[in-house]
Design a protein around this ligand. Structure first.
Ligand code: ADP
Ligand code: MG
Length: 257
């Protein structure tokens, strides 16, 4: 079983410390929800894990399959079996979803075995159809040009299909920034619910408090001001839904927000 182990992670953005010694483990086979108010540093964690150059890791380690992935390039992290949303270019003109996925699968195969000749067209087609059926996606989606006029929801669908096709051990899925929150969370949650199983570990990142309407996480982690302040089961999400982030804040700061 693989696990992603984040130890004492400190991350600066523009010389300001945003993550302040974060610890978190995500195991294969388990669905984790990372929840926290806007500005608590959730996306900073996702960007730092993906190796975005604007997010400067000043201390800490992130272990996955015996390697500290902070020492690896972003594509090496992906080839190792870590899926991070937006790990590929956002707009790819003239490339269909299917072509894009096939290229991504082949890049992973080649990273594992330089002699690999790539997935055959019939094998790829079988895989794609199986995954689109699992996700209850219209097959025409595979023929669309990637992100060309995609709505926020369609971008999320493409991301989930990519997750399904690449079959990573651990996936980190950050919510979109804008008002699409609930729609995006619904699409991501339906995808995760369809794909969840012993092979896949997931970290779903959201600030949306009523997450239990969409997904039943095995573990819930609450983040405040660059740190995970509480971890628990689904009951923690329920507590949050009833009491809000202010209650968590009051508990941890000793003062009402
Ligand atoms: P969340 O995803 O939990 O809403 P973020 O990680 O996006 O939180 O932001 C945490 C803090 O880091 C905020 O104060 C935000 O302004 C700052 N921050 C994040 N990314 C950037 C960036 N690229 N440039 C400047 N500040 C940033
Ligand atoms: Mg965010």
């Amino acid at each position: 079983m693989s696990e992603l182990v984040i130890k004492d992670l400190h991350v600066n953005v523009e010389d300001k410390e945003i993550l302040k010694g974060l610890n978190l483990t995500v195991r294969q086979g388990e669905v984790n929800a990372l929840m926290g108010p806007n500005g608590s540093g959730k996306s900073t964690l996702a960007y730092a894990l993906m190796g975005h150059p604007s997010y400067e890791v000043t201390a800490g380690e992130v272990w996955f399959k015996g390697q500290n992935i902070l020492e690896l390039e972003p594509d090496e992290r992906a080839h190792l079996g870590l899926f991070l949303a937006f790990q590929y270019p956002v707009a790819v003109p003239g490339v269909t979803v299917a072509n894009f996925l096939r290229t991504a699968i082949n890049a992973h195969r080649k990273a594992k075995d330089p002699e690999d000749k790539g997935i055959s067209i019939p094998e790829f087609r079988r895989l794609l159809i199986e995954k689109m059926n699992t996700l209850k996606m219209d097959h025409s989606f595979a023929g669309r040009y990637l992100n060309d006029g995609f709505s926020g929801g369609e971008k999320k669908r493409a991301e989930i299909l990519q997750l399904a096709a690449l079959q990573p051990e651990i996936a980190i899925l950050d919510e979109t920034d804008s008002g699409l929150d609930i729609d995006a969370l619904r699409i991501v949650s339906e995808g995760v619910n369809a794909l969840r199983g012993p092979e896949l570990g997931v970290l779903v990142i959201t600030h949306y408090q009523r997450i239990l309407n969409y997904i039943q996480p095995d573990h819930v982690h609450i983040m405040l001001d660059g740190l995970i302040v509480e971890s628990g089961g689904p009951e923690l999400a329920l507590y949050l839904e009833e009491n809000g982030y202010d209650a968590i804040r009051a508990k941890h700061n000793g003062v009402p927000a």
